[in-house]
Design a protein around this ligand. Structure first.
Ligand SMILES: Cc1ncc(COP(=O)(O)O)c(C=O)c1O
Length: 505
């Protein structure tokens, strides 16, 4: 049994004195979790700067340690308090907000604490972890292909007397609270700041904290981590989709003070997610994907500006890895996006090329002009149809499973009466969200059986085809579809062949 009287017997290395640690929250009770918004720790990085050949100091502002896991707790609480002071919130009020998920989570948290309803509008790319958290908090979450901000405004305009839109993209309370708190906390904790690196979603963090820091340290370099594909700052580049959530876009948001920005660093998805994993693995900071982008940008800036000993870089890590457990935290997800190689194994089929697969099942290929009911007619007894445009390029896939899922889990729009799934909708409205594809001539060459096996750990099927490189675009020409069955058949016949061979000798 555990010996409380003489713990030394069990733990010979423990010191004699009682452990003298006092929690800053000791001897206090708190009336609400909202007491813990802000005042996040600023933590010195110990391994990463060294491992990237840097002698300057990098400090992480750990915004993922806010109650709902992101910097957005600061703005949601402040905007709500401001709306209350302005008399905009009454007994019947409901909230609507457009978000990549973190502000929505925080608005939903605040709303549930004051027993109010909220509608959260978010884009399709945002993680199911965030969507499910908002739903758990009682929010009606509308996942849309359209502009979440426009849809949120439509909802607000349909119910002008009851629905309150805090509107993080236009509300000046957003940068103001970062000026009052985030920026001040960084200065209080560290003193001199030479470089501040942040991502820009609304721009509230950088504008607010940046202003505060620049007032005190006018030479501080303000850096934006710009996702590759975003054209907010990197205006001459080609806009394309990217996987990092919460930052980037096509134009500078209203609350962003662009004049503050000294430089931007473009960071790819691959760099971002690999760096986020590195931060978790080497520093124990459980951050999200955009934090990786911000850190990668900081490292680029430090090298570019030749920062050395005594220079202080602050990186704002906006949210945490729990939002992305099924994404960059999962090895198979990283491998499926070719951001990492699959693990090595000794099975002899593991490194065989996927063109050894015999794919006997055929899948209908339909154009993007089809309706869902048209697609179902083509799918017949199967499950999947591939959707291409008029030139034959891959657009996505639809499946009976996905139609069933959509029909039985309707999106609840406050202004809509019927929730019935409309089978006459175009297929392009109801493509499978995460449809995995694999090019035989992708950036890592012909994929292996090992890779496709790993992909099938996280998806029911993979579309196989060829990349076509057209000027600055990569198009995908679908050829076939592989499922877990195909892989199992391959392994089974491969092992049988092998066995017969060993029996012969
Ligand atoms: C996940 C996430 N949310 C939000 C933001 C952006 O914060 P802001 O809206 O203050 O620009 C970032 C910025 O990096 C982010 O990564």
């Amino acid at each position: 049994m555990f010996n409380l009287i003489n713990p030394k017997q069990k733990y010979p290395h423990s010191r004699k004195e009682t452990y003298n640690w006092k929690s800053p929250y000791a001897n206090k009770v708190h009336n609400s979790i909202l007491d813990f918004v802000g005042n996040t720790p600023l933590i010195k990085l110990n391994r990463i700067p060294k491992d990237h050949g840097l002698s300057c100091e990098i400090y992480a502002k750990c915004e993922f340690m806010n109650p709902s896991g992101s910097s957005k707790d600061r703005i949601a609480l402040a905007m709500l308090k401001d709306a209350e002071h302005g008399g905009y919130i009454n007994h019947d009020s409901q909230f609507v907000e457009a978000t990549s998920g973190n502000t929505g989570t925080s608005v939903a948290l605040n709303a549930t604490l004051i027993e109010k309803k909220c509608y959260i509008v978010t884009g399709e790319k945002n993680s199911s972890e965030k969507v499910n958290t908002m739903r758990l908090l009682g929010a009606d979450v509308i996942v849309t292909k359209k502009s979440p901000t426009l849809l949120a405004r439509e909802i607000k305009d349909a119910y002008p007397d009851t629905v309150v839109m805090l509107d993080q993209f236009e509300n000046s309370v957003n940068p103001k609270i970062h000026y009052d708190t985030t920026g001040m906390e960084i200065i209080d904790a560290l003193g001199k700041v030479d470089v501040l690196v942040a991502g820009v979603g609304t721009g509230g963090t950088l504008s607010g904290a940046g202003h505060r820091i620049k007032e005190k340290y006018p030479k501080c370099i303000m850096v934006v981590a710009e996702p590759d594909g975003s054209t907010m700052f990197n205006v001459d580049s080609k806009s394309h989709s990217f996987l990092v959530e919460g930052t980037g876009g096509s134009s500078i948001p209203i609350v962003m003070d662009k004049s503050l920005v000294n430089e931007y660093q473009v960071v790819t998805d691959e760099e971002s997610f690999l760096m986020a994993r590195e931060i978790i693995q080497k520093e124990g900071l459980f951050c999200g994907g955009s934090s990786g982008a911000i850190m990668a940008a900081a490292i680029k800036t430090a090298h570019k500006n030749k920062l050395g000993p005594g220079h202080h870089i602050v990186v704002v890590l906006p949210d945490g890895m729990r939002n992305y457990m099924t994404k960059f935290v999962t090895d198979q997800w990283m491998e499926s996006h070719l951001f990492m190689d699959p693990p090595e194994h000794t099975m002899r089929w593991w490194n065989k090329p996927i063109n050894e697969l015999t794919l006997t099942n055929t899948y209908p290929v339909i154009t993007d002009t089809y309706t869902c009911s048209g697609a179902l007619l083509e799918i017949k007894n199967g499950n999947i149809a591939i959707v291409v445009n008029s030139k034959g390029w891959f657009v996505g896939a639809v499946s009976k499973d996905n139609f069933r899922n959509l029909a039985t889990n309707p999106t609840k729009l406050p202004c809509q009466n019927s929730e019935e799934f409309n089978f006459n909708d175009p297929v392009t409205d109801h493509l499978i969200k995460d449809c995995y594809k694999l090019a035989k001539n992708g950036k890592k060459g012909m994929p292996t059986m090992g890779l496709i096996s790993r992909m099938l750990d996280i998806t029911p099927f993979v579309v196989i085809g060829q990349n076509i490189y057209e000027s600055d675009e990569v198009l995908f020409l679908p050829e076939s579809v592989a499922t877990g069955d195909d892989i199992l058949n391959y392994i089974f016949s491969f092992n049988n062949k092998d066995q017969r061979y060993t029996n012969l000798i």
